[in-house]
Design a protein around this ligand. Structure first.
Ligand SMILES: [Zn+2]
Ligand SMILES: [Zn+2]
Length: 165
């Protein structure tokens, strides 16, 4: 188990699926690897900012949806932002927004997104109040292209499989 005194980039065991997660930046592409790439669950460890590890909560945070990172440029199109994971804490219901890491399983991300559609009315309304726009059915194409579009040639087969489901 990690403590305040350990390196925040140390490998850890996922509290949800039990996988051993490597926190090396080379694999994840992110500085603070804060969720499991296999099941996308996280833990409520940070209090004020990413990586501070000051939260007393420590409960499991479930991936519940996707949003787009807000651009600092107010003229940028809303669809231009980076795709982000939305986590909800099972202990204190805090919402947190996290970058998708390079080694996160895109099929899991898509699966989580699809599963959340249409069954989170109350949560979506809460997010809107907190100025977080949860992506919906109408954003499906955007989500697909962000997850599978950049290296489309290699992922073409996976894409075709997904499209037939
Ligand atoms: Zn996991
Ligand atoms: Zn919490």
């Amino acid at each position: 188990m990690r403590t305040y005194f350990e390196n925040i980039n140390a490998d850890f065991t996922c509290k949800h699926c039990g996988a051993v997660v490597s926190a090396r930046q080379g694999l994840s592409g992110v500085v603070n690897r804060n969720h499991c790439p296999y099941c996308l669950h996280s833990r409520h460890l940070d209090l004020f900012e990413a990586g501070d590890r000051l939260s007393a909560c420590k409960a499991l945070m479930a991936p519940v949806g996707l949003t787009l990172k807000k651009s600092r440029d107010k003229y940028a199109k809303q669809s231009g932002g980076e795709l982000m994971l939305v986590h909800l804490c099972s202990g204190c219901e805090r919402i947190s927004i996290n970058r998708i890491a390079a080694d996160d399983d895109p099929k899991k991300v898509l699966e989580m997104f699809e599963k959340g559609l249409g069954e989170m009315r109350g949560f979506i309304m809460r997010c809107e109040r907190e100025n977080i726009h949860i992506l919906q059915t109408g954003d499906r194409w955007l989500v697909h292209s962000r997850l599978f579009g950049s290296d489309f040639i290699e992922r073409k087969e996976e894409m075709e499989i997904l499209m037939t489901i």
